[in-house]
Design a protein around this ligand. Structure first.
Ligand SMILES: Nc1ncnc2c1ncn2[C@@H]1O[C@H](COP(=O)(O)OP(=O)(O)OP(=O)(O)O)[C@@H](O)[C@H]1O
Ligand SMILES: [Mg+2]
Length: 315
């Protein structure tokens, strides 16, 4: 794999701000990677995405997307990226399809024509295909202001994908969506990833959405504080725990002590472990167990603990 996003010493200082919003940040994203950029409110996520997608000028540093300099070769970079902005960015006075058409024309996919039927067949087929998949075919020619929030988000997804970008930036893509829409949107994005090998750069406050990513970078007050696969974040920060109970609690307590394991009692035995695996511990216990649970930490558990430890706040 090769890096499709390269960020070196990136800094952004807004006018009159006391501290930089993004402060000497370094990271890379590999081609085809599913990458999560997590951090509390105001951490610098949208600022970073805006610079990477060429909609905001940096103060210093170097950003390269697919080998192109995001400042000097902005046009090339724009062809490579698709973005779903954190804030809604549709024109409510146009129809859903007109919003897509406008975008497609900006991307040079085709000259603008005053009507869907006058547009090239390749454009029409792609719009219909995408609208069918995300489930907004019925409202495609309705004014955007008549669409629900979820439908508008789906429309933004179609718009971001119309030019088949190599890198898809999703800035809180599912904010405000109901559970069903959220799931169907993710099914679709995962499909795009698999089918086209699209690199996905995600920011979200729903940490469960980042559970299956390849790499997580945590940004806090403009600085990157961790960058690793989710499994590593879980391993390095959280103790694994076994939850056990037995009719003969005395025997269980003795055996745990003999294995050098400490525990706390809360109706049952809560046994933090490191070194030995859960299976190895269980195999060495002769006491008959009445409760056996292995507590598997979620990425959200690890993330919240990480922010607490590093002085950030969890949102
Ligand atoms: N246009 C702007 N002018 C001045 N300051 C800004 C501007 N946009 C953002 N900031 C400041 O920069 C910092 C980073 O903001 P940014 O929007 O990048 O955070 P974020 O991580 O995306 O937060 P959220 O999770 O709330 O979306 C914040 O302190 C914010 O107040
Ligand atoms: Mg943001």
């Amino acid at each position: 794999m090769s890096a499709i996003i390269e960020v070196n010493d990136l800094t952004k200082r807004y006018k009159n701000a006391k501290e930089p919003a993004v402060n000497c940040v370094n990271f890379t994203v590999e081609d085809g990677e599913f990458f999560a950029f997590l951090g509390p409110n105001g951490a610098g996520k949208t600022t970073t995405i805006s610079i990477l997608t060429t909609t905001l000028a940096k103060t210093s540093g170097i950003v390269r997307i697919s080998g192109f300099d995001a400042e000097k070769e902005a046009r090339k970079v724009r062809e490579k990226v698709g973005i779903i902005f954190q804030k809604p960015s549709l024109d409510p006075s146009l129809s859903a399809e007109e919003n897509i058409r406008f975008h497609a024309c900006l991307y040079g996919m085709c000259g603008y024509r005053p009507g869907f039927k006058l547009m090239p067949a390749a454009y029409r087929n792609r719009v219909m295909e995408l609208a069918e998949i995300v489930g907004i075919k019925d409202v495609l020619f309705k004014p955007v202001k008549k669409l629900s929030g979820g439908m508008q988000r789906k429309l933004e997804i179609i718009r971001s994908l119309i030019h088949t970008p190599q890198v898809l930036f999703l800035d809180e893509p599912t904010q405000g969506l109901d559970a069903v829409s959220r799931r169907s949107l993710w099914d679709y994005i995962n499909n795009v990833r698999k089918r086209n090998g699209t690199t996905v750069f995600l920011t979200t406050h729903y940490i469960d959405e980042a559970e299956n990513v390849d790499k997580v970078c945590v940004i806090n007050r403009g600085k990157i504080t961790a960058c690793c696969p989710p499994e590593e974040m879980k391993k390095s920060l959280l103790r694994q725990e076994l939850i056990l109970n037995a009719e003969d609690r005395g025997s269980l307590a003795t055996e745990l002590s003999e294995l050098g394991l400490s525990y706390t009692l809360d109706g049952y035995f809560i046994v933090p472990y490191q070194g030995l695996s859960a299976q190895q511990i269980i195999a060495r216990l002769n006491t008959r167990l009445t409760i056996l649970k292995i507590h598997e930490p979620s990425l959200e558990d690890a993330y919240v603990e990480f922010l607490n430890k590093t002085g950030g706040k969890a949102e």
